[in-house]
Ligand binder design. Sequence first.
Ligand SMILES: Nc1ncnc2c1ncn2[C@@H]1O[C@H](COP(=O)(O)OP(=O)(O)OP(=O)(O)O)[C@@H](O)[C@H]1O
Ligand SMILES: Cc1cn([C@H]2C[C@H](O)[C@@H](COP(=O)(O)O)O2)c(=O)[nH]c1=O
Length: 255
Amino acid sequence: MSGRWPIQQQSNLLPNPALKLRTILRSMTPTHSAPSASAQRGLFITFEGIDGAGKSSHIQGLHDAFVAAGRTVVTTREPGGTPLAEKLRTLFLHEPMDALTESLLVFAGRRDHLQQVIEPALVRGDVVLCDRFTDATFAYQGSGRGFDLGVLSNLERMVQSDPSLGADFVRQPDLTVWFDLPTEVAAERLAHARVPDRFESQPQAFFAQVAAGYAARAAAQPGRFARIDSNQPRPDVWQAVRAAVARRGWLAVEA
Ligand SMILES: Nc1ncnc2c1ncn2[C@@H]1O[C@H](COP(=O)(O)OP(=O)(O)OP(=O)(O)O)[C@@H](O)[C@H]1O
Ligand SMILES: Cc1cn([C@H]2C[C@H](O)[C@@H](COP(=O)(O)O)O2)c(=O)[nH]c1=O
């Protein structure tokens, strides 16, 4: 796959610090398109699913489609998205820790990411495409690790609040594209893909719990979620992703 996001994904495997820094900074740099005629509302779109569900190429595809439609796009990821949060990501993915520590690390990075990257981009009217966000914390730490969902809800409210946007404001994605794939298919795909990190090396039973966590979040907020059947050839998955965005009027329907 071409473009900058895959370069950043590979940074986990590459110990070269200069390359890592370069790829992180790239992720924070908006891709500018031709100026549009009128100011547009910012859009916050997140991408979720168990490891190996196949998000990556479609994030790049949506990036290209929004730029072609005249939008400025920021492509980013969690854990990560800022220099501080990328440092936390490295610890998160590679150091042993319990579920509370995982949750605190990921929400600390999220706070920085929101303040430094996501909220400013939305104020500018950009499209923010974020590979994973808080639904991943509920799915992985909550459902996967069995960590207290009430504590996660409190952290979500605290970290995603912004008093300048209202006393009760809690930032949520405008759309969450959920790539749903049977755990055995994801395991098969990952077996051929890369060296596994701390999460990717978990057994299928863990991913079954994570998948149940995503299903519960989607059932609780059906308007925000678009479930994509990822157990199809890549072009069909792409059509479904594009249609989910087009249905909301944010991209034209593809001919
Ligand atoms: N529709 C598909 N059919 C077959 N293989 C696919 C499909 N989509 C992606 N893959 C392959 O599955 C593997 C995982 O895909 P990808 O890295 O895009 O998943 P991901 O959801 O971004 O994973 P992670 O969240 O773990 O980074 C890759 O080797 C990719 O080439
Ligand atoms: C945001 C977030 C992520 N995780 C897990 C999910 C994945 O296994 C990794 C991130 O790797 P990716 O290849 O970039 O998808 O981290 C999590 O456990 N909790 C979270 O909040």
